[in-house]
Design a protein around this ligand. Structure first.
Ligand code: CMP
Length: 139
């Protein structure tokens, strides 16, 4: 059975470029309910922990620098089949490969600075949501 919640971040590039409103509009228009949301900024330590799965990758340092360079919007979203439907809405990791109309096609500039994050499984959605939120609003 698939879960009905996922976790997202609007990343520093999209915040810097003034796309928070447009991205939230796409998300809610696609039928996602915002269960929890905050405007925040990752510390280096927090970003290293959040992306620990990528720590051996050559782009890890670049990823941590990017994700900590400015504010982000973190949110928990609710919809049937949330993880898969949200990944379809945001499009491929590399915006050059993202389908027309997807959030990354519209707002991402590169594979590294790709505007939004979407959890890749129900398990990771719960872990990532709990990283940013605690208490009644979480999974
Ligand atoms: P996301 O899938 O949200 O989380 C992992 C991130 O690592 C990914 O988005 C990209 O921002 C980044 N990433 C993945 N592959 C590369 C790459 N080849 N070069 C730089 N950054 C990458």
């Amino acid at each position: 059975m698939t879960g009905n919640r996922t976790f997202t971040m609007i990343k520093p590039d999209a915040v810097e470029n003034g796309h928070i409103g447009a991205i939230l509009e796409k998300i809610t228009a696609a039928g996602f309910k915002i269960v929890a949301m905050k405007y925040t900024q990752l510390s280096k330590r927090g970003a290293r922990e959040f992306y620990a799965i990528h720590k051996e990758r050559p782009f890890f340092g670049e990823l941590v620098d990017f994700m900590t360079r400015g504010p982000i919007v973190a949110a928990i979203l609710e919809k049937d089949n949330a993880v898969d439907d949200f990944r379809a809405l945001i499009g491929a990791t590399n915006p050059a490969e993202a389908a027309e109309g997807t959030i990354r096609k519209l707002y991402a500039t590169s594979i590294g600075e790709n505007a939004v994050h979407g959890s890749d499984s129900d398990e990771n959605a719960a872990i990532e949501g709990a990283f940013h939120f605690s208490g009644r609003e979480v999974f």
